[in-house]
Design a protein around this ligand. Sequence first.
Ligand SMILES: [Ca+2]
Ligand SMILES: [Ca+2]
Ligand SMILES: [Ca+2]
Length: 94
Amino acid sequence: MFDGNEDGKIDRTEYQFEIVKAFITLDQNRDDYLEPKEMPGMDKSAFDKADKDTDGRLSTYEFVTADSLKFDEIDTNSDGFVTETEIAGHQKRH
Ligand SMILES: [Ca+2]
Ligand SMILES: [Ca+2]
Ligand SMILES: [Ca+2]
């Protein structure tokens, strides 16, 4: 799902694109904000951290810059690519 050019690795550009796509998919009522109920998989503390203006919903910018979704956070070996393994490991930690 994350690997656009199917080389098993996702670079930063590809990753940002996938995050935006995920946002659009999750935004069921198309109001350009994600509410907690639109993201059942996200835990409350991660949501609150990402909700920087504390209005109870995430804008695209808040979502893309969320700590738990940061590229650098997922790229644990810092080679500039995220792999399936790194994503799986990241999901386990959150
Ligand atoms: Ca929404
Ligand atoms: Ca917000
Ligand atoms: Ca990596």
